[in-house]
Design a protein around this ligand. Structure first.
Ligand code: NAP
Length: 345
């Protein structure tokens, strides 16, 4: 191929992204720079975090520059190399972009992956990638629940949340999940083995009030939650905060309900952290990148034993990047959202 299709950030979204915020352009395939290589991106991870990177706001990563491809973790094959460490044909995981070809260099998050050990290279974006390992390290290293404790998970049917709940069960917790809609709540019980599923939406599809949701959590966990794994923020988090056990640990992993909200919704029941002498951890999986191989091996073991199920929602085609990305915010995704760009070289 001589053409590099690139899904660019054309302007910063205000609120919910619209198609005009992006443009799909065709440019020449880049040359490998001295010491670097060009990767043919095969699968790209579509993550809620990308929405944050589109804003010009302080974060743990710089904003995506306007006119650059939307930053994305990808797994792909080295297509050209002037690096002593990466040869043509090597499979690599790295921080690249929503584009056919990316220029990369050794270091940072870039690592070779052995695709012979998985059924699809996309596994390195789900179970054995940042998302599965977000669940693994967030629970086992940050929250550290003990057997018999109550674990409350929001965004529970999603990629991170479903893994958190299942790992919580492996660790001996009683697991309560909060998700949107009856189908997702059914999956929490039937597919992921949660003990209790709570729908944060009404039968009409509107979000329940904080009081309504708090009452449902209280019914499921009369003694409160020992661990809260927070993926949603906003009203859902406010309802959870009203149901903390004394000395609860809250892992603040994500706040997806706020990402498209120009006026941040905020959390109003923070007082409960004080009242219950709870601990709130701001958590980023990035700290655990050096331990990805270790965590990935544990996750792979659990999957092989049939104790952990990681679903993927694979959408096809760079030209469908916008529609695919928006599935995260409508809740249409049924598992780790991945965009397939190509099969290989
Ligand atoms: P995901 O859960 O697979 O997909 C996003 C889900 O969020 C949707 O399916 C939807 O589920 C729910 N959602 C969307 N808008 C919502 C809203 N307004 N209110 C309530 N729920 C809403 O995505 P993921 O990749 O696993 O990410 C989950 C969370 O983890 C995100 O907050 C993300 O930022 C965070 N994360 C953090 C780290 C870290 O290092 N801290 C790493 C990876 C991901 P429903 O249908 O149930 O609403």
């Amino acid at each position: 191929m001589t053409v590099n299709r690139r899904f660019l950030l054309a302007r910063r979204p205000h609120g919910t992204p619209v198609p005009q915020d992006f443009s799909l352009v065709e440019q020449p395939v880049p040359e490998a720079p001295e010491g670097g290589f060009v990767v043919r991106n095969c699968y790209a991870s579509l993550d809620p975090a990308q929405r944050g990177w589109m804003d010009d706001a302080p974060s743990y990563m710089p904003p995506i520059p306007l006119g650059d491809p939307v930053r994305a973790t990808t797994v792909g094959v080295v297509a050209a190399s002037k690096s002593p460490d990466f040869a043509v044909g090597d499979w690599v995981l790295g921080m690249n972009g929503l584009e056919d070809y990316s220029v990369n260099v050794a270091g940072g998050f870039t690592m070779k992956v052995d695709v012979s050990q998985v059924d699809s290279p996309s596994r390195f974006l789900s179970a054995m990638g940042a998302v599965g390992l977000t669940a693994y390290f967030g629970l086992t290293e940050v929250a550290r629940p003990k057997a018999g404790e109550t674990l409350l998970v929001s965004g529970a049917a999603g990629a991170v949340g479903s893994a958190v709940g299942q790992i919580g069960k492996i660790m001996g917790c009683r697991v309560i999940g909060i998700a949107g809609g009856p189908a997702k709540c059914r999956r929490l019980i039937e597919d992921y083995g949660f003990d209790v599923a709570i729908d944060y939406k009404t039968a009409e599809g509107r979000a329940k009030s904080v009081a309504e949701l708090a009452a449902e959590i209280r019914a499921a966990a009369p003694n409160g939650a020992d661990v809260v794994f927070e993926n949603v923020g906003g009203d859902v988090m406010d309802a959870e905060l009203l149901n903390l056990a004394k000395y609860a640990r809250i892992v603040l992993c994500g706040m997806i309900s706020e990402y498209n909200s120009p006026e941040k919704i905020g959390v109003r029941n923070l007082w409960q952290v004080l009242a219950q002498q709870a601990t709130l951890y701001g958590y980023l999986v990035m700290d655990y990148v050096p331990r990805f191989a270790e965590g990935g091996a544990v996750m792979a073991g659990w999957m092989a034993e049939g104790r952990l199920r990681i679903d993927e929602d694979v959408q096809e085609g760079l030209e469908n990047a916008y529609d695919a990305f928006m599935r995260l915010f409508t809740g249409a995704n049924t598992g780790k959202l991945v965009l397939k760009i190509a099969d290989g070289l």
